[in-house]
Design a protein around this ligand. Sequence first.
Ligand SMILES: Cc1cc2nc3c(=O)[nH]c(=O)nc-3n(C[C@H](O)[C@H](O)[C@H](O)COP(=O)(O)OP(=O)(O)OC[C@H]3O[C@@H](n4cnc5c(N)ncnc54)[C@H](O)[C@@H]3O)c2cc1C
Length: 420
Amino acid sequence: MEYDVIVVGGGTAGCAAAYMLGKYNKKVLVIEKNSFLGGTMTSALVTPMMKTSGNSVNNEFFVEFIKRMKQKNAAITYIDGNEGWFNPEIAKIVLDEMMSDAKVEVLFNSEIVNINISGRYINSIDINNNLLSVSIDTKYVIDSTGNCDVGFLSNCEFINKNFENQPTNLRFIMGGIDLNSFSRWLRDFDEDRNVTSVANINNDIHLSTAYTWDLSKKWALKPLFDDAVDNNILENEDRNYFQVFTIPNMSGSLAFNCPRVYFSNDINVLDNFDLSKALQKGRRVIYRMSEFCKKYFPGFENAFISNIADSLGIRVSRRIKGKYIYTIDDLKSGKKFENPVVVSNYPVDIHSSKKEKSVLETQMQEYQLPIEALMAADIDNLFVAGRCLSADFQAQAALRIIPSCFSMGVGVAKHILTIM
Ligand SMILES: Cc1cc2nc3c(=O)[nH]c(=O)nc-3n(C[C@H](O)[C@H](O)[C@H](O)COP(=O)(O)OP(=O)(O)OC[C@H]3O[C@@H](n4cnc5c(N)ncnc54)[C@H](O)[C@@H]3O)c2cc1C
């Protein structure tokens, strides 16, 4: 078995890279540890995509994905112009179709166990296949595992030695909601249109609202959370972050961007013992939150938990040392590069586990990410795409959003096409 490119991790960035390479007739294999594609978008139920000025560079995958999702009534353009409101379950189907159309081979339920290197080149990758180890040869490797597992197994250097962290979220969906009555109540209850918005799009109600203790602003929903804590329906920490969005083609449902899960010390997201405790804790909080919603929100009388994410949503972990380390100064100064793979204005977005310590910088000017931040410094045929890019902690906090990960995948694919 020999491939032009092995993409390890069929998630957000990996799918974009694999699709582009397949479209240009490269022999591509995606190795994915889950039984479906999409990574954080599907397994962690992260929807919608954040809005960015970007999408002018390396947007081919974004455009094609949204086009196909819209054909299935599974994506909408929200009233703020954000085209990236999508249905995470239909996304699995559309991504399968896209890989198949691009003749990309996908291997599910498989994880890499060893990387065979000579000098500065990866020759082959060993995977587990039902307890048997199988070796697969390749010319190039893209590490789009989020946690940079290929880089780790290849003994690459990382740049996050002083491990800075952000909270994880275990997201969930509730169904059976009467969105007519909830949206009517919500629009009157919260008049802050920067927080709460309601729209009728394609004859469906769409909305978004939030409350967090991160920022000491006046949140309309705060008294409800306070009351629920006083009455032991929620625990104090449960109210640290609450955010909901409707989902196209899932009437009567809301996607919850919560609960955040952390312990007194931040969890180590690379330790399965910690992750397992976080998953168990998250599911307990989800149950409390669902009971809270049913008691306090009109329209939730018959609501139920319909999906709990398979995976914790991890915002940041290992980041490879690339041929270029992208910094917050590059980002804030809008430094220009000859070969930008991403152009965006999405702000630095650092969630903190401490009250009133989160950062969401607005008024960001456009910035560019160079391709060299996606090239491993130590291995010549290894590229990264997605949140494990070569960027410092603060810069990564702006670059990790879904549209930027798509652009990274496309950008790396185009680069490989030029050097093959
Ligand atoms: C809680 C949370 C909320 C967020 N909210 C938003 C939002 O609202 N909008 C937005 O645009 N962005 C949001 N983001 C950011 C964005 O969703 C992620 O940063 C982005 O999807 C990460 O993409 P990726 O390609 O780097 O990783 P992923 O999409 O996670 O893909 C990694 C893939 O690699 C696979 N994998 C991992 N290890 C291995 C291995 N060893 N072998 C084989 N396969 C492997 C995984 O199963 C997965 O499929 C959020 C992130 C989090 C965590």
